[in-house]
Design a binder for this molecule. Structure first.
Ligand code: 13P
Length: 251
């Protein structure tokens, strides 16, 4: 599996024209990289315009969320089939900012199940609000993973990635140490292996997200031994994001 670097733009930028520019700059900057996959997750409303630009390009597109139903009376929602129809095949699910708005583990599970069934890839976010000395944060991450993957058959594990995003590290500049990230990667792999057997480990990437930027990416990548990054704030500056992708490509 190639490592992957994904820029989650969240509620940015403010216009399609700025989104076009950011996408184009990123695409130019990473066009020659061969050992890393690069993607960006713009707001839903910009996806179809950017999908035209992304045709045949290295930088592919990811949706920031999806609904589990295929069609019908669900105002405001977007389905996997709609995303696939514009060639968007990856979806972030269970981001802490969406969970914070009330999304439950059950809804995350429905979204994940619908996504893999549709042949798309679910990038499932997990992570604790805070750490404690008793390992409760590990139990919480384990629960999140078990719940999210409850409807995923073994044959669809290639359509799953896990992004460990400790909430305390998101947007705070307070990144996890490489040691924290590595320990959690091993823990997540243990959970996956308990659920699906060891073969699951060669199919599911474990990413890290939370204040990743060009300054800390090298240490997090080499010592954290993660399979890539989900980058928030730093992905809004093309040069910073391109540098993160280059670091992963080089190492
Ligand atoms: P920051 O990189 O801004 O901390 O955001 C991380 C994140 O939430 C990516 O999904």
């Amino acid at each position: 599996m190639k490592p992957i670097v994904i820029g989650n733009w969240k509620l940015n930028p403010t216009s399609l024209s700025l989104a076009n520019t950011l996408y184009t700059d990123v695409q130019k900057g990473v066009a020659r990289l061969r050992k890393v996959e690069v993607a960006v997750a713009p707001p839903m409303v910009f996806l179809s315009a950017l999908a035209e630009k992304a045709k045949g390009k290295k930088t592919f597109l990811v949706a920031q969320d999806v609904f589990w139903e295929k069609l019908g009376a669900h105002t405001g929602e977007v389905s996997n089939a709609m995303l696939s129809s514009i060639n968007v095949k990856h979806v972030i699910i269970g981001h802490s900012e969406v969970r914070e708005q009330g999304e439950t583990d059950d809804e995350v599970a429905k979204k994940v199940s619908a996504t893999v069934k549709a042949g798309n890839t679910a990038i499932i976010c997990v992570g604790e609000k805070e750490r404690d000395d008793h390992g409760h944060y590990l139990a919480l991450v384990e629960d999140q993973i078990r719940m999210a993957l409850q409807g995923v058959p073994k044959t669809k594990l290639g359509n799953v990635a896990i992004a460990y995003e400790p909430i305390w590290a998101i947007g705070t500049g307070n990144t996890a140490t490489a040691h924290d990230a590595h320990e959690m990667k091993l823990f997540i792999q243990k959970v996956l292996s308990d659920m699906f057997g060891r073969t699951a480990l060669s199919k599911i990437r474990v990413l890290y997200g939370g204040s990743v930027n060009k300054k800390n990416a090298e240490e997090l990548y080499t010592q954290g031994e993660v399979d890539g990054f989900l980058v928030g704030g730093a992905s809004l500056k093309a040069d910073n994001f391109i540098e993160v992708a280059k670091i992963v490509d080089r190492l």
